[in-house]
Design a protein around this ligand. Structure first.
Ligand SMILES: Cc1cc2nc3c(=O)[nH]c(=O)nc-3n(C[C@H](O)[C@H](O)[C@H](O)COP(=O)(O)O)c2cc1C
Length: 412
């Protein structure tokens, strides 16, 4: 069968057979299809999560929320940690390198015990799922001993996971890791063992090292090896660009579910396609420009409602570039979209496009965020000298540093 809207690598990938895949079980949560919207800083905020949910995403993780900033009642952090009204399950990803901080944060999240903050209504809805970030490769984070630096110290990792699991009660806690720092310093096996021993409900493995950032191809073999190593569910992550990739990743590795990141930037209907292929159906054709335009209108209004008109429209600029990536003759539209200041300007720019064109195949893998560069990962001084040391990295982090982090992370 010829599939006009599918890349050559998936022309022969069959849709799921009846009962071939099971719902993803995270403690008491059942997730079908077994697909999770990846946490993405500056991206998976409440407006985008609601759009993904409307398109069928069953579990949408917040962007990473810095525990310290939340506990200190930082206003922006609280806004970003909020669910959309009625969002269920509510899922929050936590960033911290300190077990005590994590314990306190998780305890309050599961109790719906947010502090009062002037000017915003803080969220009292208990969370249904907590994810812990042990994969962030951003230099500001790893230099402070956070993100992907944490699994280098397996005993510290264990303390943090244990604190979260104890505080969470029956709310499932998952962890998200990369393969390691570099090919010479792999940590995925330790992470898998710790996750299992400390009671995590699942582990997500992004098949790249922190040094690789987003370059090259994600290593799916290592995901299969982790499946063999542990008895808890493994979620595969990295380079699921179209719905059929998710089926191939699960078939190839035996993983229990997939986590989808960059492919849904400006393509939230991917979740509908994922639901189709897991339900044994061929996905429909991609949307036309007219349909994409309606979606962008909905998205821009949601961002303006959430962040306020000015900041919302500024946020929409990067989305405009993502939604129109790969459309033919879109150069003028795209350069206008990165400067738009109002809904009217956005629609005027989109009116230049052929309204009947469907998103072409070449758009499926067009890089929507993060280039192909690699990096040398910066760790705290002397960090590798005592890997058994389980004391959290030194704090406290100043407010200025925290603001700088949020800026770096907010930019993705
Ligand atoms: C803009 C952007 C922001 C990200 N922010 C986070 C984050 O806050 N927490 C996290 O665990 N991973 C973060 N990631 C990594 C993704 O969750 C995911 O692991 C990675 O993009 C690989 O999956 P993909 O190939 O499906 O994109 C981010 C990725 C991108 C592109």
């Amino acid at each position: 069968m010829q599939r006009p809207h599918t890349t050559p690598r998936n022309q022969d990938t069959p849709v799921a057979a009846p009962d071939e895949f099971q719902p993803l079980k995270l403690g008491k949560l059942e997730v079908w299809p077994p697909v999770v919207l990846a946490p993405m800083a500056g991206v998976t905020n409440p407006p985008f999560r609601s759009i993904c949910r409307e398109n069928g995403a069953p579990l949408c993780v917040s962007e990473m929320i810095t525990a310290r900033a939340w506990l200190r009642a930082n206003r922006l952090t609280h806004l970003l940690a909020q669910p959309e009204p009625g969002e269920s399950p509510r899922s929050v990803q936590i960033y911290s390198a300190d077990p005590d901080e994590v314990r306190e944060f998780v305890k309050r999240l599961v109790a719906g015990d947010a502090p009062e903050i002037d000017g915003i209504e803080t969220c009292k809805q208990p969370v249904d799922h907590v994810d812990l970030n042990f994969g962030c490769p951003v230099p500001k984070v790893t230099r402070a001993g956070g993100g992907s630096a944490i699994p280098v110290k397996a005993r510290l990792l264990a303390r943090i996971v244990r604190a979260a699991v104890e505080a969470a009660g029956d709310v499932p806690v998952t962890i998200k890791v990369r393969k390691g720092i570099s090919d010479e310093l792999l940590t995925w096996q330790d992470s898998g063992r710790v996750a299992q021993e400390e009671g995590a409900a699942a582990i997500t493995l992004h098949g790249r090292t922190a040094g690789e950032l987003y370059s090259g191809k994600a290593d799916w073999e290592v995901i299969g090896e982790l499946v063999q190593l542990v008895d808890i569910p493994v979620l595969g992550n990295g380079d699921v660009w179209e719905a059929f990739d998710a089926l191939r990743l699960m078939r190839q590795t035996g993983c229990a579910g997939v986590v989808v990141g960059r492919a849904c930037l400006g393509r939230p209907w991917l979740f509908r396609e994922l639901a189709d292929v897991f339900d044994g159906k061929e996905p429909g054709p991609p949307p036309t420009v007219t349909e994409i335009r309606a979606l962008m209108d909905r998205h821009a209004r949601a961002l303006m409602g959430f962040f306020g008109p000015d900041m919302g429209m500024r946020q929409m600029r990067k989305w405009g570039a993502w939604y129109t990536k790969g459309l033919s003759g879109s150069a003028a539209t795209r350069s206008a979209l990165v400067r738009v200041e109002s809904l009217e300007e956005m629609h005027a720019a989109l009116a230049l496009l052929d309204q009947d064109e469907r998103l072409p195949l070449r758009a499926l893998e067009a890089n929507r965020a993060k280039g192909g560069r690699r990096q040398k990962v910066v760790l705290p001084e002397g960090y590798l000298e005592d890997r058994d040391d389980d004391t959290p990295p030194k704090g406290p982090i100043s407010d200025a540093e925290m603001a700088a982090w949020e800026k770096a992370l907010g930019g993705g």
